[in-house]
Design a protein around this ligand. Structure first.
Ligand code: PMP
Length: 307
């Protein structure tokens, strides 16, 4: 992945992909104190467009604030950097990875006197999930790993170190023959997937966990808005795993996962065991919006040719 053509935005300049390197004593590499985003550009009629760019950048700044990391660049600079890397790498559909990390001036946990660096990488990324998964849904297990407690990790921050927990959960799920994990919060209520928010549908009403121990997902917010525009009721509340077992439909949302049906949870078939009608409708709307095929929500798209 490191040895390839292309450019990465690194501290204000575009550098060749192969040369975008850091020292082994980079502080963030040791303790995981860093913040990042996962952003996506989709092909639209007028070329590649970044979906909800400003919202992702806003969350990056919030994550940095929570972690008390100084941000050396403005939001405008980072928005422009994201458009630039998609353009310069000539990408049509892309994943973008902005990340803020500490330099290698010292190893102390006080994290004093450290420089803060920012990269924005981007690569071609047509889809994370197969078309079959988007239609048939995926198998999920409730994780034996608990999601972060709000006073152990900072759940509102998309912080590098938080993802150790996600990786343990996802690897366990895959070992169990599943595609994704459902993590419960420390009190035992449904929190989210390893890198997705979760919704269940019962009697035509959508339910999703409150933003306590799950990430404030941008796809979650998008889907809530689209669902309400369709006239569906969306309720944010505590959800138990057995409520999920008996849901009519369940799905994950995320920049990578998009709107992804859950077919089974812990071996129990959810609804009909494939994408349900409300999930299908919202998934269809989501794809229309991200590809700029809908007249609504054009303001969510940022044309990468804008300089
Ligand atoms: N939860 C976690 C833990 C995540 O990593 C992600 C992906 N960023 C999400 C939820 C979904 O967030 P978004 O829709 O903003 O991608």
């Amino acid at each position: 992945f490191a040895d390839r053509d292309g450019v990465i935005w690194f501290d204000g300049a575009l550098v060749p992909w192969r040369d975008a390197r850091v020292h082994v004593l980079t502080h963030t590499l040791h303790y995981g104190m860093g913040v990042f985003e996962g952003v996506r550009a989709y092909g639209t009629e007028s070329g590649a467009s970044i979906f909800r760019l400003q919202d992702h950048t806003r969350r990056l700044f919030r994550s940095a604030k929570i972690m008390n990391m100084p941000m050396p660049y403005s939001a405008e600079t980072l928005n422009a950097a994201q458009r630039l890397v998609v353009r310069e790498n000539d990408l049509q559909q892309a994943y973008l990875r902005p990340m803020v990390f500490y330099g290698c001036e010292g190893m102390g946990l006080r994290a004093e006197g450290l420089s803060t660096h920012v990269i924005v990488a981007s690569w071609e990324w047509p889809s994370y999930m197969s078309p079959e998964a988007l239609e048939q849904g995926i198998k999920v297990n409730t994780s034996s790993y608990t999601r972060h407690h709000v006073n152990i990790s900072m759940c509102k921050a998309k912080a590098n170190g938080n993802y150790i927990n996600s990786m343990l959960a996802l690897q366990e799920a895959v070992r169990n023959g599943c595609e994704e994990a459902l993590l419960l919060d420390p009190e035992g209520y449904v929190a989210e997937g390893s890198g997705e928010n979760v919704f269940i549908v019962r009697d035509g009403i959508l339910y999703t966990p409150e933003l306590t121990s799950c990430l404030d997902g941008i796809t979650r917010a998008t889907v809530i808005e689209l669902a309400r525009e369709c006239g569906y009721r969306v309720v944010e509340k505590r959800i138990t795993r057995d409520e999920a077992y008996i849901a009519d439909e369940a799905f994950f949302t995320g920049t990578a996962a998009e709107v992804l049906p859950i077919s089974t949870l812990d071996g129990r078939t959810i609804g009909r065991g494939r994408r349900g009608p409300i999930t299908g409708r919202l998934q269809g709307l989501y794809f229309e919006v991200v590809h700029g095929r809908s007249a609504a929500h054009r303001s969510w798209l940022s044309d990468v040719t804008d300089t």
